[in-house]
Design a protein around this ligand. Structure first.
Ligand code: SF4
Length: 384
């Protein structure tokens, strides 16, 4: 059996445009080169992660524009047309991210950079999927001849990490993103990855993020580029570099179980730097100190709560603190998981589909796990 090939290359510290391009080219070459389908006349969709405006350009939340530029240049050298495109997270402004991160400079250089939220989206069937058998996707993802995935390495407050697989969620229209959160985010991610199936993934691990990612976590400069065609293998290697075992990352394991790729490090061929030589343990979302700042009576986290709702609640607390609104918990209780065995007070806010078992409650927030903003709205309703 052919082993999946993942390459790892390094940039110098705080690399400029040329150093990034050199590392990206080497990573792509070591991973087998650009796909053959990148040929004259082909339209190649480059999908970075433009989730949200971060604190700084180097905070590791958004794919570095230099990585996109390097890939776009390689695509253009083959006579193909690169289209750089993404949609920011739900409720966020992609154009503002494009401007803040300097992607508009790529436009000045003659490249097309699109805010997918302004582009056409269409309903499509995905009968192989259990979570979203019908989904609304941006048309560019269907009409492009091939897709190159350009995620960034970071921890995530719901899925532990966000790497190759999770990055493809940005190709869904907001209504399908919401539906995936309501039904089953973990299972939905590998299902849409199987639907889009990028031809190549190049992971930006120059500026990365640990702690309560994926936007306001703590920056970590790693100065690495990874590349490969097997997204599961790439997420396994990237996770190992971050100090995660594959079984700690549900999306990786579910994707491997669906036959989407290999999550066994022993069966993955590494080209370039050995992953062990660049390993650095990333602080998990669950290791946040925020729990020490919240009275324990304000939280009822059932023992069976998985990392999805657990980390979501932590992330909500971090955001409330940043807004100076931890007081919103003074008269409310957040509940996740199955019943604790006694009646809950009326002000309990039931978070996540597992908590539905507590019975009818007007403060139930559906989702598996729910979006952070839905919980924040329940805790701090907007003024009338
Ligand atoms: S609803 Fe249940 S299974 Fe889903 S993320 Fe929350 S605790 Fe986990």
């Amino acid at each position: 059996m052919v082993r999946p090939l993942i390459s790892i290359t390094r940039t110098p510290p705080r690399p400029g445009r040329e150093a990034i391009a050199a590392a990206v080219r080497r990573a792509v070459t070591l991973a087998g080169g650009l796909p053959e389908a990148v040929r004259p006349g082909a339209v190649v969709l480059l999908k970075p992660n433009l989730v949200e405006i971060p604190y700084t350009r180097e905070s590791g939340a958004v794919t570095h524009p230099g990585v996109c530029l390097a890939v776009a240049e390689m695509v253009r050298e083959r006579g193909a047309l690169p289209i750089i495109a993404d949609a920011a997270g739900m409720g966020s402004d992609t154009e503002a991210v494009i401007t803040f991160m300097g992607y508009d400079q790529l436009r000045s250089d003659g490249y097309t950079v699109l805010d997918l939220k302004k582009e056409r989206s269409v309903w499509v069937e995905n009968p192989a999927a259990a979570v979203l058998p019908r989904l609304r996707v941006y048309e560019w993802a269907l009409t492009a001849d091939l897709l190159i995935n350009l995620p960034v390495m970071k921890t995530h407050d719901q899925t532990e990490v966000t790497l190759s697989l999770k990055n493809l969620k940005g190709l869904l229209d907001d209504c399908s993103k919401k539906a995936m959160h309501r039904r089953a985010l973990f299972r939905g991610i590998p299902e849409i990855a199987a639907f889009f199936r990028p031809s190549l993934t190049i992971l930006d691990a120059i500026y990365t993020q640990e702690g309560v990612g994926p936007v306001y976590g703590d920056p970590v400069e790693m100065d690495l580029i990874l590349a490969g065609r097997d997204m599961v293998a790439l997420d396994t290697v990237a996770g190992a570099i971050m100090g995660y075992r594959p079984e700690e990352v549900p999306t990786t394991m579910l994707a491997a179980g669906m036959g989407l790729g290999t999550a066994d490090l022993e069966k993955i061929e590494i080209a370039g730097l050995p992953w062990q030589s660049v390993r650095r343990r990333f602080r998990r979302c669950s290791e946040s100190e925020i729990l020490k700042e919240v009275p324990s009576c304000s939280l009822q986290i059932g023992d069976d709560t998985c990392s999805g709702c657990r980390n979501t609640v932590i992330s909500v607390l971090v955001e409330l603190k940043a807004r100076g609104r931890l007081d919103a918990l003074s008269d409310k209780i957040i509940v996740t998981g199955t019943p604790p065995g006694h009646e809950l007070p009326g002000e309990a806010i039931l978070v996540g589909n597992c908590a539905r078992q507590h019975g009818p409650n007007k403060n139930f927030i559906a989702g598996c796990p729910p979006e952070n903003s839905w919980i924040i709205e329940a805790l701090c309703p907007p003024l009338p």
